[in-house]
Design a protein around this ligand. Structure first.
Ligand SMILES: Cc1cc2ncn([C@H]3O[C@H](COP(=O)(O)O)[C@@H](O)[C@H]3O)c2cc1C
Ligand SMILES: O=C(O)c1cccnc1
Length: 351
């Protein structure tokens, strides 16, 4: 299925630049290393942008929405109608991500990747559905190879258009009832972790509901036991919004755009993208560790030991990514605006 992947050229990040940017930070008027993780964050932005003074211009939040056939297997306590209803809520400005994008001056775009509904045109809506939801992966592969290809291509095109408008950082979010199941399936298949370590309560399953979800997901994995390659796994187990996220991640990295990764579902898309092109990881900023069971372990598989925030969020939509943007802005401002010891005439360490 590899030939169905559009080609992405991910620039390798320049290790020498890391040392030069860190040296620039080390000359600032503060004890060495005292800005902790913010230093590495600013350095990462500088390396991504290949400049000593990284800039965050026109930050955009892309929320990809789609429906899941697997939702019919009772893996979520909420009905599938919530997906289109929440899309309308995003467009009307009443959802958590709407509020957070206003709070943090992010340009919100909602992508219909495959919701089971029709939408009237709206300035915030990018209406590019590949289908009206996925097939139920208990019965068939969730997507055909062609649908996966189209979704990846569409996600990439959306990001290329933003790059052409001067966007240098994107936040990624999602909406799709049932998608913690799709994400857990991808995690289990691509990391080899047991389903019980990958599946969580999602929107609030009780103990019996979680046990049922785990049993369903084990059946799905057994049904698609031969879907081992990342694109095959994505087609068999994933979702249209997850496939579009994969395209968006690959395209962002190929244009040197920094990616603020949200919660469990977006991180599952990073997992797939990183199996296709490991270089994408250098472009990812892991904004937070979600309360969803499985997220911390998934982050560890991706080498992300210290996501920026740990607030017990379990929402998705891009909420954690939007909340982390002020930290990224602060990191970059500190690197760009702090005086050095020489500039400020401050004495340096004497021993
Ligand atoms: C009102 C509402 C708003 C949401 N916003 C994000 N999600 C989150 O919950 C869903 C995943 O959980 P599960 O796999 O349990 O269905 C996704 O849509 C995710 O974005 C929401 C869920 C609900 C109910
Ligand atoms: O971590 C997430 O992204 C998440 C967790 C629960 C429900 N929806 C999303």
């Amino acid at each position: 299925m590899k030939q169905l992947l559009p080609s992405f050229d991910i620039p390798a990040l320049d290790g020498g630049l890391v040392a030069r940017l860190q040296h620039r930070f080390d000359r600032k008027t503060k004890p060495l290393g005292s800005l902790g993780q913010l230093e590495a964050l600013a350095v990462q932005l500088g390396v991504i942008q290949q400049r000593p003074d990284p800039q965050i211009t026109r930050p955009a939040m892309l929320v990809f929405a789609a429906d899941h056939g697997l939702a019919r297997a009772g893996v979520s306590p909420y009905p599938a109608e919530v997906t289109p209803q929440m899309v309308l809520n995003f467009l009307a400005g009443g959802a958590a991500i709407s509020v957070l994008c206003r709070s943090h001056q992010m340009d919100l775009k909602v992508v219909n990747a495959g919701v089971n509904a029709d939408f009237a045109p709206h300035p915030l809506l990018i209406d590019r559905p590949v289908a009206k939801g996925t097939a139920n992966s208990l019965e068939a592969p969730a997507m055909t190879p062609e649908q996966v290809h189209q979704a990846i291509e569409t996600g990439a095109q959306i990001v290329y258009a933003l790059a052409d408008e001067g966007v240098t950082l994107i936040g990624l979010g999602e909406m799709g009832i049932g998608n913690t199941s799709a994400a857990a399936l991808l995690m289990a298949r691509l990391t080899g972790e047991p389903v019980s370590a990958c599946a969580g309560r999602g929107t609030g399953l009780d103990d019996a509901g979680l046990a049922r979800k785990i049993a369903v997901l084990e059946q799905v994995l057994a049904r698609h036991a031969d879907a081992l390659e990342p694109l095959e796994a994505l087609a068999a187990l994933g979702g249209l919004e997850i496939a579009m996220l994969v395209g968006a991640i690959l395209a962002a990295a190929s244009r040197r755009i920094a990616i603020l990764v949200d919660g469990f579902i977006v991180t599952s898309a990073v997992l797939v993208a990183s199996k296709l092109a490991p270089g994408v990881l250098g472009y990812c900023i892991f904004s937070h560790c979600s309360g969803e069971q499985g997220h911390r372990l998934l982050l560890l598989h991706l080498g992300a030991r210290r996501p920026l925030l740990d607030l017990g969020l379990r929402l998705g939509e891009g909420s954690g990514a939007a909340l982390a943007l002020p930290l990224v802005r602060s990191a970059v401002d500190l690197l760009n605006q702090m005086a050095s010891f020489d500039e400020a005439g401050v004495s340096e360490r004497s021993e």
